[in-house]
Design a protein around this ligand. Structure first.
Ligand SMILES: [Zn+2]
Length: 290
């Protein structure tokens, strides 16, 4: 490692995957899909973050199965899809930059040695190389579609058991202030499959902990839902295909007739307009952990 410093060189080598992937960018459907935790890839410069192969394959590093469901769903709905290219352990694209979980020092009780004692330059390297490119891609995509309806669907998966607690919902929907789309999705999901559907479970969306839906959904006044699928239900290609087909059917019913959303003015619009530069973000929202 001598002579190399993540703050002074590009984090990603030219031959490494990009910070994000866009699939079906010209999709004509009303849905826009995003997948914040699509990958468990680590930039080569960061080694393994001090973790073992098993830990990097586990749910702490990414959302297993979520990218597969999202890609199939994008095909069903002719929807564009933006996928993050790197592990949430490097930087979590669904956490505000001032969250302690942005670059987590531990996850579900597992210490992440490669995230300990980072310099500001090392943090900035991850933010500039991974976080902003992913979110700017979503911003650009939504800007390009400004003249037509876009409903934002954020696709995640969750571990069946966390901290000794098993989670009963095969799927859950989460939402912020506007629960219209989530409520309809939940209703349709329950109706189709006699399912126990989580209502802001296993996770609720909060501005302190979430980034993607608050900024790109609520911040733009777009109807939105965050979908969490339990990982034991999407472990095979056949299972992901089944969930994607069901979600497509449910979305079509749930989105039918939903009027143009109108949030009025929202402070996050200001924040969204400033996402172009890290400096602006910092000026607008100073870091404070108190
Ligand atoms: Zn996730």
């Amino acid at each position: 490692m001598s002579g190399s410093h993540p703050g002074t060189q590009a984090l990603l080598a030219p031959d490494e995957p990009a910070a994000f992937r866009i699939i079906n960018s010209e999709g004509s459907g009303s849905a826009v899909l995003v997948c914040d935790h699509a990958s468990n890839q680590i930039p080569r410069r960061l080694g393994t973050l001090g973790l073992g192969t098993g830990e990097l394959a586990d749910h702490i590093a990414w959302d297993p199965g979520a990218a597969e469901v999202a890609q199939r769903l994008a095909a069903h709905l002719d929807a564009p899809l933006v996928l993050s290219g790197y592990s949430r352990l490097v930087i979590d694209c669904n956490r505000p930059l001032d969250s302690p979980e942005s670059i987590p020092e531990q996850s579900a009780g597992v210490p992440v040695p490669g995230n300990l004692g980072l310099t500001p330059e090392e943090r900035d390297a991850r933010i500039h190389a991974l976080f902003w490119p992913y979110h700017r891609a979503i911003t650009r995509l939504l800007d390009q579609r400004a003249e037509r309806p876009s409903l934002l669907l954020s696709i995640h998966s969750f571990t069946p058991c966390l901290n000794g607690q098993s989670r009963p919902w095969p799927i859950g929907v989460s939402y912020g202030r506007d629960r219209r789309l989530a409520a309809r999705m939940r209703h349709e999901l329950a109706r189709h499959g006699d399912l126990l559907v989580g209502d802001n479970e296993p996770y609720a969306i909060e501005e302190a902990h979430d980034y993607t839906i608050p900024v790109h959904g609520e911040g733009r006044g777009l109807l939105h839902v965050l979908i969490e699928i339990r990982q034991d239900g999407i472990r095979t290609p056949a299972a992901t295909a089944t969930w994607a087909a069901r979600l497509a059917e449910v979305y079509v019913s749930a989105s039918f007739g939903l009027g143009a959303p109108d949030f009025g003015s929202h402070p996050l619009k200001t924040r969204l307009a400033l996402t172009g530069t890290l400096i602006a973000e910092r000026d607008e929202k100073p870091r404070s952990m108190s």
